[in-house]
Design a protein around this ligand. Structure first.
Ligand code: GCU
Length: 138
């Protein structure tokens, strides 16, 4: 199935800002999570049929400390405390994939920081089976 990349800077951002002060991002920037518990980015993703999709988050974490996040689909946490470990510096990006069941049609996928450090810098989310020919900007 197709995959679609959803830029974090085009998603719904609560307690975070769009930034471009580090290199290597895709699109026009990335989301710099506010350094608080509960900061989040929420994507709207459509798939044709219900089933398991791979959700791949591209991120940077220039600290030496994990920046875990809860991954929620349609309001239910499906991967609690998912680790986003250090990536050497803020210009170095890595991916973290989780599998989740999506429902046919529109889904929300939210990545919420679970520590006071906030989330990592988030570049995009790639979803297998997504049917959006152009990622929606919501
Ligand atoms: C630095 C870095 C930011 C990052 C922030 C953080 O300020 O430049 O890109 O988001 O640290 O700790 O979250």
């Amino acid at each position: 199935a197709a995959t679609t990349a959803y830029e974090a800077e085009n998603a719904t951002i609560v307690q975070g800002t769009v930034a471009n002060n580090h290199t290597g991002f895709t699109g026009t920037g990335f989301v710099d999570y506010t350094n608080v518990t509960g900061s989040y980015v929420e994507f709207h993703v459509s798939v044709a049929a219900a089933g398991s999709s791979s959700l791949t988050f591209r991120y940077a974490n220039g600290t030496t400390v994990n920046r875990p996040m809860d991954i929620a689909v349609n309001g239910t946490v499906v991967a609690a405390g998912t680790a986003f470990p250090a990536t050497t510096n803020w210009d170095t990006w890595a991916t973290k994939a989780v599998n989740a069941q999506l429902t046919a049609g529109s889904n929300t996928i939210r990545a919420t920081a679970t520590t006071a450090n906030g989330g990592p810098n988030l570049d995009d989310l790639t979803v297998s089976g997504a049917t959006d020919s152009q990622p929606p900007t919501t």
